[in-house]
Design a protein around this ligand. Structure first.
Ligand code: GTQ
Length: 349
């Protein structure tokens, strides 16, 4: 039988807590269920960023600060449940980056991995360890950890892309390093498309050594190819009830995820399709490449259209309903969770 607390026990406990606090102790039993919840708990909330807001604010920022002064002219997509923490989920960063004609975002490297999903404009490039890739809407581009990178816009239109970084993960591990390149723009040592030619055609050079370690040696996955693949798939079979036709970007040297910490996906949903509810432990950021529809995230409904960004927190059921054929790019921390044996999913959840 549990002993019945004596009337003065509460006061004695408080007394103990006060004493031990000075010596950097705390009682686990007061916070046990908060620390070990029955299922995922996060301050991350479902949210949407509408392009009709994003674009004018970015252009206003473009009039107020140069890419050079800002280093990166980015509006951070702040999760409304985690303001001031520069994150869209507890493990991921998202931002919209603008580069204007004639600008350069200076070269640097950092241990955070970054992805870019091009939203609008043509004529800008990103350079990774000596190779440039032009950026076109829908292209998925990787900046592997600790690779030199700069962006430039020799074209005539503003170019905007979504940045995804694993910055909160590196912050959690305190494993962040950053270094500026001695010049503003790094020298080019390979022709455009060299990486894609070497690794992106179901062929690889003999004795290929992964140039970017655990990250895919292809750093630019053009939209033309992903879109064509989705269109072909859609003619060949039925859509998955939860995802439509959904594909993961892979590292051709391993068959695994293109990035070691961030999972990257592209999916096609036919017009008038309603997905079965789905949830997983990887909170996911979605960028609308094409189409319109509605999404329900943990019971909250949002209408979305082209170029909008929305976020589904961990373990919140997601249902998508399309008004038009839709293409969605998405990213999450799934590879990190899988590597640690933590990832779970529930269909019809
Ligand atoms: O383009 O290198 O959104 O370093 C945040 C940090 C973009 C980048 C971001 C970065 C970059």
């Amino acid at each position: 039988m549990a002993s019945v607390p004596k009337p003065d026990l509460g006061a004695a406990r408080q007394d103990l807590y006060r004493k031990i606090e000075k010596h950097n102790f705390a009682p686990l039993w007061e916070v046990y269920h908060e620390l070990i919840p029955d299922q995922p708990v996060t301050r991350c909330k479902p949210a949407i960023w509408k392009w009709a807001d994003s674009r004018p604010y970015l252009m206003e920022a473009g009039r107020l600060i140069t890419a050079k002064e800002a280093l990166r002219r980015v509006l951070v997509l702040q999760n409304p449940g985690m303001r001031g923490e520069s994150c869209i989920t507890q493990s991921l960063f998202a931002g919209l980056q603008l580069i204007l004609p004639g600008e350069v975002a200076p070269s640097h490297r950092h241990t955070q991995s970054a992805l870019r999903f091009v939203v609008e404009g043509t004529g800008a490039y990103t350079a990774v360890d000596g190779e440039r890739s032009m950026m076109n809407p829908g292209d998925f581009i990787i900046t592997p950890s600790w690779t030199w990178h700069d962006h430039g816009n020799p074209g005539s239109e503003p170019v905007i892309w979504l940045d995804g970084l694993d910055l909160p993960i590196l912050r959690a591990f305190a494993a962040q390093f950053h270094e500026p390149y001695p010049e503003e723009v790094q020298p080019i040592s390979r022709g455009e498309g060299a990486s894609l030619a070497r690794y992106g055609n179901n062929l690889k050079p003999l004795g290929a050594v992964a140039p970017f370690g655990k990250t895919s040696p292809i750093f630019s996955y053009p939209y033309s190819r992903s879109r064509e693949t989705l269109s072909k798939l859609a003619k060949e079979g039925d859509p998955d009830a939860c995802h439509g036709w959904k594909l993961e970007f892979t590292n051709p040297l391993t068959g695994g995820p293109a990035m070691p910490t961030i999972g990257t996906f592209i999916q096609l949903l036919p017009k008038g399709f309603r997905t079965s509810p789905y949830r997983s432990t990887d909170g996911t950021v979605f960028q609308v490449a094409e189409g319109k529809g509605k999404v329900s995230i943990g019971g909250e409904e949002f209408s979305f259209g082209p170029k909008d960004t929305f976020v589904a927190p961990s373990w919140h059921p997601v249902t998508l309903e399309t008004k038009e054929e839709c293409v969605l790019f998405s990213y999450s921390d799934r590879p990190a969770q899988l590597a640690l044996g933590l990832w779970r999913e529930q269909r019809d959840g």
